[in-house]
Write a protein that binds this ligand. Structure first.
Ligand SMILES: N[C@@H](Cc1c[nH]c[nH+]1)C(=O)O
Length: 394
């Protein structure tokens, strides 16, 4: 076995090195400070839990994504967290039990048994926000506003927001009264945007011609703002929940336009992605050149039911590793280089500068690498008996 073989990391499990670590950390602080200013309290979920509580109320996608291990203390099966959102929903429903709206944020390593289809790693750092206890659109709008501010802070430009609403499909499929198997097949075909398959399943299983037509149209309703107008015509005879979903999307369209003119909106009414816990509006944010979504989120009411307290909920999550890779131009290091010296005056000056927030790297005795190797752009030089900071000379 060669050294390289011993160091081979499993697929999708990556280490993060300087200067990328510094970018990640400064972005993490900036984002958590932003959420703090909006009243989001930070929580830290455990990295592993008993499998049954970890996966309660979530769907099969999340189960497939979860690494399993056995607890040597109890012999019970445990899972490594693959998505922090259901854990935070449990904290709200079970551990905190606060009244009224509760705003929580987090930043935690998660593990995924399978890599994202667009080359996402299997060890992302999930950073996110969850707002519980408010069913109104204002809560979704607040999350959306914070997502856009977060992407802006990370240096994302040309953001495309893809927006859907799970409630439309749910209401239509519910009205059609499909058998479980046909419903699963329809859901899967819609998720894959397999229009021909959707047509075939609907033709075989939905008798009511107007309902069948609405289901056939669902995967065809995607595009810019005009999709909502088209949808209103297509779904004129649909159950009331469909009209409510469209009204929510229309209100969201207006508020996104008000908050950010730079964002391109894209509506996709057959967008059913996610871990099957979403119940209403869902969204994903993209930028050109990245196949993976930079932020994903939506409404997932009642996830807390399994823990004794159904609550309205909405939120979003991002991968800090991915976000921090957006702005590689950002200067990641600066600092002041101090020579190796036992001078007390120098020690005092170094200490003052550090207290003032400067990064000061002091050479160790006998060190042969210099200021640039340690990412410094300035140096301390003794001039006329005083230690002064000077730009590095070329
Ligand atoms: N955790 C979800 C996104 C989300 C957060 N809150 C609500 N939805 C995901 O990763 O897809």
């Amino acid at each position: 076995m060669t050294i390289a073989d011993r160091w081979l990391l499993p697929d999708g499990m990556d280490e993060v090195l300087p200067p990328q670590t510094l970018r990640m950390e400064s972005l993490r602080r900036a984002l958590l400070d932003l959420y703090y200013r909006w009243g989001y309290d930070m929580v830290m979920p455990p990295p592993v839990e008993f499998l049954d509580s970890l996966l309660t109320g979530t769907g099969t996608d999340l189960e497939l994504q979860t690494f399993k291990l056995t607890d040597q203390l109890t012999g019970r099966l445990m899972g490594a967290s693959a998505d922090v959102t259901p854990q935070v929903a449990r904290m709200d429903a079970h551990s905190l039990r606060r009244e009224g709206p509760v705003r929580l944020c987090y930043c935690a390593h998660v593990l995924r048994a399978q890599a994202d289809e667009y080359q996402g790693g299997r060890s992302p750092v999930q950073l996110g926000l969850e707002l519980f206890g408010h069913a109104g659109l204002e809560a979704d709008q607040e999350i959306m506003q914070l997502v856009l501010s977060s992407l802006d802070l990370a240096g994302a430009r040309n953001v495309h927001l893809a927006i859907g609403h799970i409630g439309i499909y749910r209401a239509l499929a519910g009205e059609a009264g499909l058998a479980a198997e046909a419903e699963r097949a329809l859901f899967a075909a819609l998720e894959r945007k397999a229009v021909g398959e959707v047509d075939a399943i609907v033709d075989a299983h939905v008798q009511d011609p107007s309902l069948a037509e609405m289901l056939r149209q669902l995967p065809r309703l995607h595009g810019g703002d005009e999709v909502l107008e088209r949808a209103r015509e297509v779904f004129a005879g649909a159950p009331a929940a469909v009209g409510e979903a469209l009204a929510q999307l229309t209100a969201l369209r207006t508020s996104i336009g008000r908050d950010s003119e730079q964002v391109a909106r894209y509506f996709d009414l057959a967008e059913l992605r996610g871990y099957e816990y979403h119940t209403g509006m869902v969204f994903a944010a993209y930028v050109p050149g990245y196949g993976q979504a930079l932020a994903k989120g939506g409404r997932y009411d009642d996830t807390g039911r399994a823990f004794g307290r159904p609550r309205p909920a909405t939120g979003c999550s991002m991968d800090l590793k991915l976000l921090a890779s957006l702005d590689e131009q950002r200067p990641s290091h600066d600092g002041i280089w101090a020579p190796a010296s036992e001078s007390e005056a120098l020690a005092r000056r170094v200490s003052e500068l550090r207290q003032a927030g400067e990064r000061v790297v002091q050479a160790l005795a006998g060190q042969t690498t210099g200021a640039r190797a340690h990412f410094c752009d300035r140096e301390l030089i003794e001039h006329e008996g005083r230690w002064q900071v000077r730009p590095l000379e070329d």
